[in-house]
Design a protein around this ligand. Structure first.
Ligand code: HEM
Length: 105
C-alpha cells in the first residue's frame, strides 16, 4: 500500500495569502515524479493552525527519490517569484495507508 507524507507548515496569519499564492504558482513538477500519487494543500479551518501539504506515494523509496532530486528543488525554488518565504516552520508526518476507498462513479 501507499505511503502518505504530510508536510506540516507553520504560517503566521499575515503570511497565509502569500503561502497560498506561492502554491497557486507552484512548479507543477511533482506530478511527473516517479511513484507520485496525490497532492493537496490543506488550509486549516478548525482544530489546528498549521497548513498541511498532503502527498501520497507508491513507496517510501519513491518519496525519498523525489525529495533528493531536481523536481523537489524545482518545486521549492519559489518559481523565481522573489516572494519571501511564508512558512516559519515545518516538519513531516509519515503514514502507511491501511485501507482506502474512492467514490463509485
Ligand atoms: C523545508 C520545509 C518545506 C517548506 C517550508 C515548504 C514550503 C513550500 C512552498 C512555499 C511551496 C510552494 C512553492 C514555492 O513557493 O517554492 C512548496 C511546494 C511544494 N511542497 Fe513544500 N515545503 C517544504 C518541504 C516539503 C516536503 C517535505 C514535502 C512533502 C512531504 C513538500 C511538498 C510540497 C509539494 C508537493 C509542493 C508542490 C511542488 C510542485 O508543484 O512541483 N514540501 N512547499
Amino acid at each position: 500500500m501507499s505511503v502518505v507524507k504530510i508536510n506540516v507548515l507553520t504560517v503566521p496569519a499575515e503570511a497565509r495569502e502569500r503561502l497560498e499564492d506561492r502554491f497557486a504558482n507552484r512548479a507543477g513538477a511533482v506530478e511527473s515524479s516517479d511513484g507520485f500519487e496525490w497532492f493537496e494543500l490543506l488550509r486549516p479551518v478548525e482544530g489546528i493552525d498549521s497548513y498541511l501539504v498532503y502527498t501520497r506515494w507508491r513507496s517510501e523509496e519513491d518519496f525519498q527519490a523525489w525529495q533528493d532530486g531536481q523536481d523537489f528543488a524545482r518545486g521549492h525554488s519559489g518559481g523565481g517569484s522573489g516572494m519571501a518565504p511564508a512558512a516559519t516552520g515545518s516538519h513531516v508526518w509519515t503514514f502507511e495507508v491501511v485501507t482506502q476507498a474512492a467514490a463509485k462513479s
